[in-house]
Design a protein around this ligand. Sequence first.
Ligand code: SF4
Length: 259
Amino acid sequence: PVVPYIEVVHDRGAIEIQRGCSRGCRFCQAGIIYRPVRERSQPEVVQAIGEIIANCGYSEVSLVSLSTSDYPHIDELVASLSHRYHNLALSLPSLYIDSFSVELMDSLPSHKKTGLTFAPEAGSERLRRIINKNISEEELLKTAAAAFDRGWTGLKLYFMLGLPAETMDDIEGIISLVDEVRALCRRAKGRTPQIRITLATFVPKPHTPFQWVAQESEQGLSAKHELLKQGLRRKGISYPGKTLKSACLRQHCHEEIGD
Ligand code: SF4
């Protein structure tokens, strides 16, 4: 068994329950190159986790997949793992934005619940349709409301900047969406939620429908960052600082190695 002898960042076991993703987001390379979608059977996952616990001594295991909530009967798998391994903490990364994901996280034993992370990617429905992340604003807010109803007081939200056909209105859309989520929690819980914003900058990837789209200039991105920074300056919202420089560096690296 592979067991690290130093402290590592993700210090837990990991089992890939499914490879590939059928969502088809147009910026996403993994969604294209790992096709077709295929999953491990439930008995195989249960057995593999038993071996991880026995051989590596982990008390936390991550059910890894590009879109974990799309694994068929994931709720049954989680229930059977919780039933069989009482002291096991499960981590469920990459959840789709819907109330089912909230229910799924809520089904984990309370002391093992982690934060909720969702990725709307863009601030307006128009832009989400362009990138094929077809989630309506209503669905997004319903999911946030379900999370607050079930006791969460914070969310982590991922967005991308510099997407094809993005305008300043879409950036304003991010600000009003985050504002709306924040107001929802204040109404439901009577307190300000902790909302962590994570930003990635769009970098065109080979083999995706957007592979030939130019990356936005540093100047354009900088203006969008500035707008967001001002608009999201609110109590309870944390906004990242270093995204722009690292994205530009990443793009230069892609160009240098010619992928
Ligand atoms: S849901 Fe996630 S993994 Fe699937 S295509 Fe979209 S970005 Fe890629």
